[in-house]
Design a protein around this ligand. Structure first.
Ligand code: ADP
Length: 170
């Protein structure tokens, strides 16, 4: 059982696929919180490149050396999931004002549903300000190499999904 003192944060997202921007946020959150849950959202209405199970395995593999990080999947109400795991904070990343506009409303709605569940925002590292999973998918769907955008090992998996010849990585 967790003590009430442990500060646990949930970083929810699609992570389809995980990018260097996501990984940077996870690393930084792990320096702030006692426990970081990376939560892959189960959304049956959204067509995805990687299955939820694949994404969980990929993110676990990439984050295995970062202390206090746990990768989970979840569906249903986020506030219920947080209550179950004793999570007191939600983490979201901000790349630009469009992210802010969307995220602040979600954060406000969450506190209405669950007072005390605070959303914390981390601004993107400038190196990744332009980066999104959808951009990665778009480049890969056109046959492009995405290794500059994703953590090592993910680019060949993305290429394979699009039937691109996988690039050897060493
Ligand atoms: P969602 O579908 O929930 O937006 P994403 O996987 O696209 O899921 O993103 C999850 C979170 O990560 C969001 O808060 C998003 O703003 C943030 N994020 C995505 N890309 C970056 C990036 N390059 N830098 C910082 N934060 C990012």
């Amino acid at each position: 059982m967790k003590t009430t003192k442990e500060k646990a944060v949930l970083y929810p997202g699609s992570f389809d696929p995980l990018t260097l921007g996501h990984l940077d946020l996870i690393r930084r959150a792990a320096r702030i919180f006692d426990k970081v849950y990376v939560g892959v959202l189960v959304n049956p209405h959204k067509k995805s490149l990687f299955s939820v199970e694949e994404r969980v395995i990929i993110i676990r593999n990439i984050t295995k050396d970062i202390p206090r990080v746990e990768v989970v999947s979840f569906g249903g109400l986020l506030v219920d999931f947080c209550r179950q795991l004793g999570i007191s904070h939600i983490l979201r990343g901000l790349r630009d004002s469009a992210d802010f506009e969307a995220e602040i409303k979600v954060a406000q709605g969450l506190t209405v549903l669950e007072p005390g569940l605070d959303t914390v925002f981390l601004g993107t590292d400038l190196r990744y300000a332009y980066l999104s999973s959808s951009m990665v998918r778009e480049v890969a769907s056109g046959g492009g190499d995405v290794s500059a955008f994703v953590p090592e090992g993910i680019a060949p998996l993305v290429a394979e999904k699009y039937g691109n010849s996988p690039k050897a990585e060493q």
